[in-house]
Write a protein that binds this ligand. Structure first.
Ligand SMILES: *Cc1c(COP(=O)(O)O)cnc(C)c1O
Length: 435
């Protein structure tokens, strides 16, 4: 006994161990990539850091949420009606409010039973991927996409397979590829519309073809609509739920992006399934089961939801759209001035744009990660390397920042690219093919 105490850690064998799946999952997150870039900043640079990598503009004065939403939360809090536990699926007034709110855009009416209140859209994604997990199941996810899907899939032990979004076709889903990679163990495909990271807004016809493909394959569609109605181009937002009678649709969303309050952690998972297939196949019971063993968004935030959804004035949304249209335009035109970057399309929705890096025009830049690391060190500008989203040698840039910071950040990026410009054009083997 005595000698064991003295030797302490070296001789004693403990029987526990951290979960390795978690190490694998979390390495994939956007947050871990951004943390790495933040750690690489030069502390001696007196300039302010310009964060063009994240999706949370709430700290910028131009992106403050609606006053009606703030009032709703303080009213709910001071009413003292929401100090207790909520029901695990969400409080009824909140479910009702979401059902009514989303039904405005649908050809049928959602019932409160179709709505499950979650801790942001993140928990809704966690719920559905946990629900769908069974041995050998696989899901199809977009590339470029949102790495939380991969991370959750790894943790739930579901295989994931990528289908491409086609930059030359307005980032539409490559539906031939979807059919080619699906097999009898495929359970679902996920789409994100309006798009993160590509800034597209899918047309009615394309969404319909997605639903038809899902029907043919006998799978459900997970539609991530966290950027719903954040559109500022020619295509209007069409919810995937419109096609819920062709194939069952699970919509996941939240108030995080449209109201710019991701810290409020209020989201939803909605079954758009007029034919009740999800119920019949146990998906609904399993969602309820998942929520029974997980925690809920704060009750007073749920209590505020109906007021947030009903009282926010149209001019708040109009102002946000105008701001995003302007910053998207500004970002796109500034990026076009940088010769080593190409944007296939001007963003028409969401908060991001993708730009392809042409490494042959740069000296001493290995790849997208190297670009982002050097950019953060030399210019105190953070952008997200595409590899985090499944596409090497691309960058994801957010335009949802204060316009003056956006100009400053993109000017620094331009200066960086000019400083690192190749003296004469090199021959570079296509980056994808390099070992
Ligand atoms: C931000 C984001 C989420 C997470 O939303 P929260 O409501 O903050 O949990 C989910 N999906 C996509 C595509 C996002 O960009």
């Amino acid at each position: 006994m005595g000698s064991e105490m003295e030797n302490g850690n070296s001789s004693k064998k403990w029987s526990f161990k951290g979960n390795e799946l978690l190490m694998k999952s979390s390495a994939l997150s956007v947050r871990s990539a951004l943390n790495m870039l933040m750690e690489n900043l030069n502390p001696d640079d007196p300039r302010t850091v310009i964060p063009l990598g994240h999706g949370d503009p709430s700290a910028f004065p131009s992106f403050r949420t609606a006053p009606e939403a703030e009032k709703a939360v303080s009213d709910a809090l001071s009413s003292a009606k929401y100090n207790g536990y909520a029901s695990t699926v969400g409080i009824l007034p909140a479910r009702k409010a979401v059902a009514e709110h989303l039904s405005h855009d649908l050809p049928y009416k959602l019932s409160p039973d179709d709505v499950f209140i979650t801790s942001g859209c993140y928990q809704a994604i966690e719920a559905i991927l946990t629900v769908l997990a069974r041995p050998n199941a696989n899901i199809l996810i977009p590339k470029p996409g949102f790495p939380y899907y991969e991370a959750r899939a790894i943790f739930s032990d579901i295989e994931y397979r990528y289908f491409d979004l086609l930059p030359e076709k307005d980032w539409e889903v490559d539906l031939d590829e979807v059919e080619a990679i699906a097999d009898e163990n495929t359970v679902a495909m996920a789409i994100i519309n309006p798009g993160n990271p590509c800034g597209y807004v899918y047309k009615f016809e394309h969404l319909k073809r997605i639903a038809e493909t899902a029907r043919k394959l006998g799978i459900l569609v997970i539609s991530d609509e966290v950027y719903y109605h954040l559109t500022f181009g020619s295509n209007p937002f069409v919810p995937m739920g419109v096609f819920g009678s062709i194939a069952p649709v699970i919509t996941v969303g939240s108030i995080s992006k449209r109201w710019m309050v991701p810290g409020w952690r209020l989201g939803w998972l909605v079954t758009n399934d007029p034919n009740n297939i999800l119920k019949q196949y146990g998906v609904v019971d399993s969602i309820i089961g998942f929520l029974n063993i997980s925690t809920d968004p704060a009750t007073f935030i749920q209590g505020a939801l109906s007021q947030v959804l009903e009282m926010t004035k149209a001019d708040f949304f109009a102002k946000v759209k105008d701001l995003l249209r302007d910053t998207a335009e500004l970002c796109y035109s500034k990026l076009k001035e940088i010769s080593c970057l190409t944007c296939p399309r001007k963003p028409e929705g969401g908060l991001f744009v993708m730009a392809r890096l042409n490494l042959s025009l740069l000296e001493n830049i290995e790849d997208d990660v190297d670009f982002c690391l050097k950019l953060s060190k030399e210019e105190s500008v953070i952008v997200l390397p595409g590899i985090t989203l499944g596409v090497k040698n691309w960058l994801r840039v957010t335009f949802a920042v204060e316009p003056s910071s956006l100009v400053d950040g993109l000017n620094r990026m331009k200066a960086f690219c000019e400083r690192h410009a190749a003296k004469k054009q090199k021959k570079v083997v296509s980056s994808e093919k390099r070992p």
